[in-house]
Design a protein around this ligand. Structure first.
Ligand SMILES: Cc1cc2nc3c(=O)[nH]c(=O)nc-3n(C[C@H](O)[C@H](O)[C@H](O)COP(=O)(O)OP(=O)(O)OC[C@H]3O[C@@H](n4cnc5c(N)ncnc54)[C@H](O)[C@@H]3O)c2cc1C
Length: 424
């Protein structure tokens, strides 16, 4: 079995580390810091909109829409990853993160998207939701009570209820209530979602927890489901207990970052890595590499005050894109990949009126095994694999494709490493 070095501790890095550990490899993660899961909605987006933009219709039949999208977008990462790897990667996650287990048993799972409310009352499609958002899935004819908290910012409850009630995508009715819930004994006036979640985690003795439950029960009508900001505990059990006490269906709506549902996934994956004895080294920045022919033999890693060379048989570059600092554009407009100086692919963008779109679509180009390639398609390093946000050609937050690309590329690369290892 091989020594594998993974760069990055986002969804790509943590998932691929666990996938490779399952194959029996010795895996080490070096990362500048924690990854983008704390910015994530906590849902699994594969493809939200038919042509990847919001002015087209929401995807209903996921497999056929994804195949059509790949045929129409040959430079998109999905064209290299392929639909099977996307679905296999997502299935791996839902089978390994217990938040999602219920979804996998649903016969519609990965066949069709569901429609979810956002924190401004817009409606967005997604492929899989955790248990805490199962009742947030909007269904025609249903009535919703949208619960806001006065001391929690970024959840304009009346706007959310009004926007949902007039959505062109679903026919529902929603009304709003706002509850004044002093958090931490009233010490917090603008408490974040994370602070609320921590206070509800304190178990049945939490005064905040029982005050919220009683206030909701007083307002709730028999035929209503509750929609509430995604703050019902960092611990997933808290949501389950609170929903049972409210005695009706409760669904969370993701908030702007820091995201409690994203953090739950991050925590579960991180704990699983620790239990698997995968060494996660934070504040460890990959700054360069050493190669022998077309193989990377070691990565230079900077930790406080010194740079060391970490040797590995296979290297997984899961260091993300612009948001994580792996891709950067200098004052001359030159875009660079920071560790391996890989060539940057800038796709043609048909609608040129938004220059930033072309920039955000730039990134590394990969083949079907996730090895980085040059503009002619030649593999640059045969034991280097690029995953997730560092791959160019996509606008994940617009297309709603981020987790599909990330998990699909992780699955494709780990299967290639498995095959490569068998051939060694
Ligand atoms: C604000 C925001 C909103 C988004 N919304 C959506 C959405 O609604 N739908 C959707 O589908 N997608 C969305 N995305 C995209 C989605 O979040 C990404 O596709 C996904 O997080 C990619 O994960 P990753 O692991 O590749 O990268 P990241 O999560 O960015 O992880 C990169 C990791 O690499 C580390 N790192 C970086 N450089 C180095 C280095 N030199 N050495 C060591 N470590 C390094 C970082 O510290 C980090 O741990 C959004 C992204 C952002 C930023």
């Amino acid at each position: 079995m091989s020594r594998i070095l993974i760069i990055g501790a986002g969804l790509a890095g943590l998932s691929s580390a666990l996938m490779l550990h399952e194959q029996g490899h010795t895996v080490t993660i070096v990362s500048r810091g924690i990854g983008g899961l704390l910015l994530s909605n906590g849902t699994i987006d594969i493809l939200g909109w038919e042509e990847g933009t919001k002015n087209t219709s929401p995807v209903h039949n996921l497999p056929s829409s994804l195949s059509a999208f790949i045929a129409n977008n040959p430079n998109h990462p999905y064209a290299s990853i392929g639909t099977q790897n996307v679905f296999d990667g997502v299935k791996w996650l839902v089978n390994n993160v217990e938040l999602f287990k219920c979804t996998d048993k649903d016969p519609e799972f990965l066949n069709t998207n569901v429609l979810m409310p956002t924190a401004v009352g817009a409606v967005r499609p997604t492929a899989a939701v955790p248990l805490s958002m199962k009742s947030s899935v909007l269904e025609d004819g249903k009535k919703y009570l949208v619960v806001g908290l006065n001391r929690l910012k970024d959840f304009p409850v009346q706007l959310i209820a009004d926007n949902l009630s007039r959505s062109p995508f679903v026919d529902i009715s929603a009304r709003a209530i706002s509850i004044d819930l002093p958090i931490r004994g009233g010490k917090e006036h603008d408490a974040t979602g994370t602070t609320h979640a921590r206070s509800f985690d304190e178990g049945l003795n939490s005064h905040e927890r029982s005050a919220l439950i009683e206030a909701i029960k007083r307002e709730l009508k028999d035929d209503e489901c509750v929609l509430i900001p995604a703050i019902l505990g960092l611990d997933p059990h808290t949501f389950v207990e609170m929903e049972a006490e409210i005695r009706t269906s409760v669904g969370e709506i993701p908030l702007p970052p820091p995201s409690v549902p994203g953090r739950r996934i991050n925590d579960i994956l991180t704990v699983a890595c620790r239990e698997a004895r995968i060494d996660i080294q934070l504040n460890a920045v990959a700054t360069g590499f050493i190669s022998d022919g077309n193989k990377v033999t070691a990565v230079k890693v900077q930790r406080a005050g010194r740079v060391s060379e970490v040797k590995a048989d296979f290297i997984v570059d899961a260091a993300g894109g612009y948001e994580s600092g792996n891709l950067a554009r200098d004052s001359y407009g030159v875009i660079k990949e920071s560790i391996f100086d890989l060539p940057i692919f800038t796709p043609e963008v048909s609608d040129k009126d938004f220059h930033a779109e072309a920039i955000y679509r730039t990134g590394v180009r990969v083949n079907e095994t996730m090895n980085p390639v040059d503009s002619e398609g030649n593999v640059l390093f045969s034991n280097l694999y690029c995953l997730g946000d560092c791959i160019g050609g996509a606008l994940p937050w617009e297309e709603k494709s981020g987790e599909g690309i990330t998990l699909g590329s992780a699955w494709a690369a780990t299967q290639a490493i498995k095959t490569g290892n068998e051939e060694l």
